[in-house]
Ligand binder design. Structure first.
Ligand code: ADP
Length: 485
C-alpha cells in the first residue's frame, strides 16, 4: 500500500515534470492532466479532464488509439512511440509517448498513464546533424578533426581518398602521419594559431599519403570550440591541388620557354637587320652612282624603280632595328630644345611633296611650342602619322594638323577623311605587327610604324591614341610635355 508520503512524492514529480503526464480510463476519457500537459498541448486541466483523449489526436491517426487501448487492455506497455499529436491551436508536433496500463489493487486494468514529450526540436537537430554528416561524407575534400594534442578525432571519405588511410587507421593517430618530416614544424605553428582562436585559410602545402606519395593541398584549419567558447581542437579541410600545382608548374615552364624564345627572336631580328643593312647600304650607294652616270639614258627607269624598292627595304630594316631597340630598352633619345611649330612646318612641307592628291593643312596658332625632345625620333613619329593619313585616305583630299597647349602639355592631332579603323581595333593599331584585316592587298605596310611611334612618345612622357569612324576618317593624337617654363 502506498503511504501518504509516497503519494505526495509522486504527485510532486507529476506536477514538476517537463513531460506531459496524462491518465485516461479504458474509454479514453482523460482523468488527469499535469501542468506540463497544459504547456505542451495548450489545454488547461479543466478543459481537458473529462474529455476524450481524441482531443489531442489528429483525426487521421485516431485508429492508433484503438490499437493502443487494445494493447493496454492486454497489460502491455508502449515505449517511446513516435507519433504526431495536436495542440489546442490546431498545430501538430512530433511526440514521443510512453503508455502504461493502470491497475487497481486487484490487478484489474482500469486505465492508462501516458507520458508525452515534444520532440520536434530534437528531430530537427537530428535531421540537421544527419544532413551535415552526409555533406561531410560526400565531400571530395578531406575533412578531418583533431584535438589540440594533434590526435585525429574524425576522418571522412574525402580524407580516405586523398591520404589513403581509412577511418580505422587514422582515428586515434597523430596528425603527423600525413605530414612530411621536413614540414612537421608547420603543425606546431598551426596548433599555436588555433589555440589563439585564429583560422588558417587556403594555406598551400604538401602532405604525405599512406603509400608515401606527396600531394599538394590547400588547407583551411578552423578552431573547434566548446559551448563556453574554449578552443578544444581543430577542424581541417584539405583540398587536393596536385593537378592545379602541376598545371601551374607547366605554365611556368611554358612562360620561361616563351620568354627564352622571344629573347632569341629579338636577338635574331637585331642581328638579321644589322647584317642586312650593310649590303643594302652598298647597293644603294652603287645604284645612286649608276643613276648619276645614266642621266638622260632611256633605261634609267629601271635604276629608279630599283632604288625605290631599296629605299623601302632600308626603311623596313631600320624599323625592325627600332623594334628590337625598344624591346631591349636600347632606344636612346638625343634631346634638344626646339619649337614644334617650325619643326612641323618643315616635316609637312617634305611630306606634301610626296603626294599631289592630298592637301596637308597645318593649323598653327603661331605660339611657340617649345619641347625638349629627340628631333629625329619626333620627326619619325610625325612622318609615320602623316604618311598613314595619306596612305589610308585614297579618296580624301584634306589632312589637317592641329596643335594646342593645355596644362603644360602640347597636343598634336592629325585628321584624315580616309577609310577609318574598326572600333575593336582602335587600341590594337599601336601593337607590334598589327594591321587591320583585309588591308594587305590594297595598302602595303608592316604594322610596325605606330608601335614605334607610340613607344617614342611614351619615352618622351606623352601618350598617343586614335579616334576613328569607318569610311569617315581617323584622327591620331599625341601629347608631349611642354618645355615652356
Ligand atoms: P602600316 O601602315 O605599315 O601597316 P602602322 O603601324 O603605321 O603600320 O599602322 C598599323 C595599322 O593601323 C595599319 O596597318 C592600318 O590598318 C591602321 N592605320 C594606321 N593609320 C591609319 C589611318 N590613318 N587610317 C586608317 N587606318 C590606319
Amino acid at each position: 500500500m502506498d503511504t501518504l508520503e509516497d503519494l505526495a512524492r509522486l504527485s510532486a514529480i507529476v506536477l514538476s515534470s517537463e513531460d506531459a503526464i496524462i491518465s485516461k480510463n479504458l474509454n479514453g476519457t482523460i482523468t488527469s492532466w499535469n501542468p506540463a500537459a497544459e504547456t505542451i498541448f495548450g489545454y488547461t486541466a479543466e478543459e481537458a479532464v473529462g474529455k476524450n483523449i481524441s482531443l489531442i489526436i489528429p483525426d487521421e491517426l485516431i485508429t492508433e488509439e484503438h490499437t493502443i487501448i487494445s494493447k493496454i487492455k492486454k497489460g502491455e506497455k508502449i515505449n517511446h512511440y513516435e507519433t504526431v499529436r495536436r495542440k489546442k491551436d490546431g498545430t501538430r508536433f512530433l511526440a514521443a509517448i510512453t503508455i502504461s496500463p493502470i491497475k487497481d489493487n486487484k490487478e484489474n486494468i482500469i486505465g492508462a498513464s501516458k507520458i508525452a514529450r515534444d520532440i520536434t526540436a530534437l528531430k530537427s537537430a537530428e535531421q540537421k546533424q544527419a544532413m551535415l554528416a552526409a555533406i561531410i561524407d560526400s565531400s571530395d575534400d578531406a575533412i578531418v578533426s583533431k584535438g589540440l594534442d594533434g590526435i585525429i578525432a574524425s576522418w571522412n571519405h574525402g580524407a580516405e581518398k586523398i591520404f589513403g588511410y581509412d577511418q580505422t587507421e587514422a582515428i586515434g593517430k597523430h596528425i603527423s602521419i600525413i605530414i612530411p618530416g621536413d614540414r612537421l614544424s608547420e603543425e606546431t605553428e598551426i596548433i599555436n594559431k588555433i589555440r589563439k582562436g585564429e583560422r588558417i585559410s587556403h594555406f598551400e602545402t604538401i602532405r604525405r599519403t599512406k603509400d608515401g606519395r606527396e600531394v599538394n593541398i590547400s588547407l583551411t584549419v578552423s578552431p573547434v570550440k566548446d559551448k563556453n567558447g574554449k578552443v578544444i581542437g581543430a577542424s581541417k579541410v584539405a583540398r587536393d591541388i596536385t593537378e592545379k600545382a602541376e598545371i601551374e608548374k607547366q605554365r611556368q615552364l611554358f612562360t620561361e620557354r616563351l620568354q627564352e624564345l622571344n629573347h632569341y627572336k629579338d636577338e635574331f631580328m637585331a642581328m638579321a637587320s644589322h647584317e642586312l643593312k650593310t649590303p643594302l647600304t652598298v647597293i644603294k650607294a652603287n645604284l645612286q652612282i649608276l643613276e648619276h652616270k645614266m642621266h638622260g639614258d632611256t633605261n634609267i627607269d629601271f635604276v629608279n624603280k630599283t632604288l625605290n624598292q631599296v629605299n623601302r627595304l632600308t626603311n623596313l630594316i631600320s624599323d625592325l632595328l627600332d623594334v628590337s631597340k625598344i624591346q631591349t630598352g636600347a632606344l636612346e633619345l638625343n634631346r634638344t630644345n626646339f619649337d614644334l611649330t617650325p619643326f612641323l612646318e618643315d616635316v609637312i612641307e617634305n611630306i606634301q611633296q610626296t603626294s599631289t592628291n592630298h592637301q596637308l593643312i597645318l593649323n598653327a596658332n603661331n605660339k611657340k611650342l617649345m619641347v625638349r625632345a629627340d628631333r629625329d625620333r619626333l620627326e619619325q613619329v610625325v612622318i609615320n602619322i602623316l604618311t598613314n593619313a595619306i596612305k589610308y585616305s585614297p579618296n580624301g583630299k584634306k589632312v589637317t594638323i592641329d596643335t594646342s597647349i593645355k596644362n603644360k602639355e602640347i597636343l598634336i592631332s592629325v585628321t584624315d577623311h580616309g577609310i577609318g579603323i574598326p572600333e575593336d581595333d582602335l587600341d590594337k593599331v599601336f601593337t607590334r605587327f598589327f594591321r587591320v584585316r583585309g588591308l594587305a592587298s590594297t595598302f602595303s605596310g608592316s604594322g610596325i610604324g605606330l608601335y614605334i611611334s607610340s613607344e617614342i612618345i611614351k619615352r618622351h612622357g606623352g601618350s598617343m591614341w586614335v579616334e576613328s569612324e569607318i569610311d569617315k576618317g581617323s584622327a591620331f593624337y599625341f601629347t608631349i610635355p611642354s618645355a615652356n617654363s
